[in-house]
Design a protein around this ligand. Sequence first.
Ligand SMILES: O=c1[nH]cnc2c1ncn2[C@@H]1O[C@H](CO)[C@@H](O)[C@H]1O
Ligand SMILES: [Zn+2]
Length: 438
Amino acid sequence: MTESDDIFTARGSVLIAGAIIDGSTVDIAIDETGTIAGIGEGAREAIDVDIIIDGSERLAVPGLVNTHTHAAMSLLRGYADDMLLQDWLSQKIWPLEAHLSGDDVYWGTKLACLEMIKSGTVAFNDMYFFMDRAAEAVDEMGIRATLAYGFIDLSIPEKREAEIKATESLARHIQSLDNPRIRTAVGPHSVYTVSLEGLRWCAEFAKEQGIGIHVHLAETEKEVVDCVAQTGKRPAALLDECGCLTPRTVAAHCCWLDEAECRLLAERGVSASHNPASNMKLAVNRAMPYHWLKQAGANVCLGTDGCSSNNNLDMFEEMKFAALLQKFAWNSPTLLPAGEAVTMATAAGARALGTGPGTLTVGAPADIVLVDARAVCNTPLYHADSNLVYACNGDAVMTVLCQGRVLMHERTVPGEEEILEGAAAAARSLVGRARQAS
Ligand SMILES: O=c1[nH]cnc2c1ncn2[C@@H]1O[C@H](CO)[C@@H](O)[C@H]1O
Ligand SMILES: [Zn+2]
């Protein structure tokens, strides 16, 4: 057994020796339950050390939280680019997704988890199909996820019944797994794909089950204009009327919110997930009004969206896109400084998903990322937040722990080769099946 195998399979308490936090070199102690038991002075004494990880020349940061993904769309990376959102979905993505299988979702989610771990993400909020197979992948990979079945009824009653059954069955399945890292949420896709009855059912079910809601909101101007024309209400007001805006709701995009909607989201305790790369790529033509959301006191977190509108799951890049897009779009170089971008990707994301404080503090789950302080992107290192947001990408991540378990060490993730092969084969087979059918 090599040393790295030891680290991946060993169970027990962990000491990260001599990592850098806020410019100081400290030890981090993690107990057998995967909780941070001590940081700095006296940390070593807080546990009987089973496993030691050398943290020297490593910046310790909280694990990143990706609050809006369609993980298995990793199989569609580069399949259709440079298109208008509506055309992209209706002409390319949905026709291909019609041929998706559970195996595709399993391999696509494995690939996505691999990519997330390699770029320092420990938890994600996913909306897609065949989510029991996504859960299998997440379970094997050791990270956290909130999994929602993408509820799309297109106002067809029979379809609604099928979506209700799928949502209920996923909730039962996730419960039966009894894995504290994996949770479920209800996933009404958007106001333009789900009927009012569907939205109301989603809200009721979420309330009854005590689970979250994951929805796309105000992504395009067309969504807002159509919604007002059809219902007399803007999308956020419509979701609110149906009961979908709750403290456990994550609303993705939020580009075309007006000021009153920003206040509404804040009042309801909704988390707004900023997805800057996807928004720029699909040219939705307006950046999330971060300043209004912030002023209103809303929880603003960060997400990559799916791999075919990004085209990766690197939350370091996403932090930079967020900080740059906000400055550019709202003509303010002081908007969304580096420290806030890091908070969006960590504490705000953890709050959105309820996975802990998202900080490196005693009592928090040991979701810890060690970044190479000697990498080119960290030289020189005046302010860690600045380097992390503006200079680094996920390649600088060396070691990742989730709930105290080592998922990557010195850039090795167990099983990487098999995942790459399995995912590539699944992508080939999916596209092949779609071609044959057309
Ligand atoms: O940016 C987006 N806007 C709207 N829908 C999207 C976006 N990205 C992916 N999907 C679609 O949402 C469904 C997941 O349940 C999938 O059909 C996926 O292709
Ligand atoms: Zn999306």
